[in-house]
Design a protein around this ligand. Structure first.
Ligand code: AVI
Length: 324
């Protein structure tokens, strides 16, 4: 742990550079090239993602917020007394207050994020906002899919609630999602709840528009991963020679985002050369969409059951409460 301002920071973050390079080169050397979607989020990528969340076409953020606003009291009641709220990938924390505000005497708030500066600054804002209620804030800098310990709150509690909004669970494969749920159970070392945002299956035109917005923000977000790699890994991707493509893969129930090479070309990443044929693509993201059955299946195999589901009028998005 290190002391930063008012916080004792629990720090489990790996040295980023080495894993970035290894994972990118591994992905680009596969027969079907891929880049893990977590590398979208450099500073510009995070800003572009925030812009995506404001787009007319991108319904998930807006809809999730509306569901939380409508059902916050009911959700809080379900979460019970003195919960320890552990947010996975807390980011800017704008979905945090909608839940925190209504909780019955929260024991503490534990934001977990890999982006250290972002984590500290949003934790400080939160600490300030809840100063009158004396909320304890215990930030943990970690990749939440990896191992870390849940810090002990000053006020002991048995009521552990993980909070994972935004349908980020959709960016994991079903197998990864199941392993992730099992991982949460082992972190909790006892019964726990998971408040989860999950995007729902729906008409493909609505889905495809959300990932192909007219203003081209999603395209810029997708292409930015190459700029990130150029800068950090000494690569020479030419952004004019790749184009954004995303579509709904009905069979697998997921949006796929790709970067398609518009010509045959050779790209260097440091001292490694990567050949591309014309039309060859790099898979940059999966975004799974869920039916009630999909979620039940994943929950059950991960050692949880679906206890409650809240949704909007059009059934675009859902907030689900899982219990172990
Ligand atoms: C972060 N994640 C849930 C977003 C999604 O919809 O899968 C990322 C995103 N990709 C393109 N637009 C938004």
């Amino acid at each position: 742990t290190t002391s930063i301002g008012p916080f004792t920071l629990y720090d489990y973050a790996p040295t980023r550079e080495s894993s970035f390079r290894t994972e990118v080169l591994h992905g680009l050397s596969q027969k079907k090239k891929a880049i893990p979607c977590k590398f979208f989020y450099d500073e510009r990528g995070s800003r572009l993602f925030d812009e995506i969340c404001e787009l007319d076409e991108y319904y998930p953020t807006r809809t999730e917020l509306a569901i939380l606003r409508t059902y916050n009291r009911e959700i809080a009641r379900e979460l019970g007394a003195r919960p320890l709220l552990i947010e996975l990938g807390s980011g800017s924390g704008n979905k945090t207050r909608l839940v925190l505000d209504y909780l019955d005497d929260p024991a503490a708030y534990v934001p977990i994020d890999i982006a250290r500066e972002h984590l500290i600054s949003s934790a400080a804002l939160l600490l300030d906002a809840y100063a009158d209620r004396g909320l304890e804030v215990l930030p943990v800098c970690a990749d939440y899919t990896q191992d870390f310990d849940i810090p002990r709150a000053r006020r002991p509690t048995q009521n552990l609630v993980f909070y994972f909004p935004g349908s980020t669970i959709g960016n994991l494969s079903p197998e990864e999602a199941i392993r992730f749920l099992a991982h949460l159970r082992s972190l909790a070392r006892g019964p726990c709840a998971l408040l989860l945002g999950a995007d729902l299956k729906k008409d493909r035109t609505v889905l495809e528009l959300a990932y192909n917005d007219r203003a081209g923000v999603t395209a810029a977000f997708n292409l930015n991963v190459l700029t990130h790699i150029n800068r950090e890994l000494g690569a020479d991707f030419n952004l004019d020679r790749f184009r954004h493509r995303s579509f709904y893969n009905e069979r697998d129930g997921r949006i796929e985002m790709h970067l398609v090479s518009t010509c045959s070309q050779i790209v260097r990443v440091g001292d490694v050369t990567i050949p591309f044929t014309e039309g060859e693509s790099i898979l940059t993201e999966h975004s799974y969409k869920f039916s009630a059955d999909d979620m039940t299946h994943i929950a059950t195999r991960g050692g949880f059951r679906v206890d409650r589901v809240w949704t909007d009028e059009k059934s675009l998005f859902s907030v689900q409460l899982l219990r172990s």
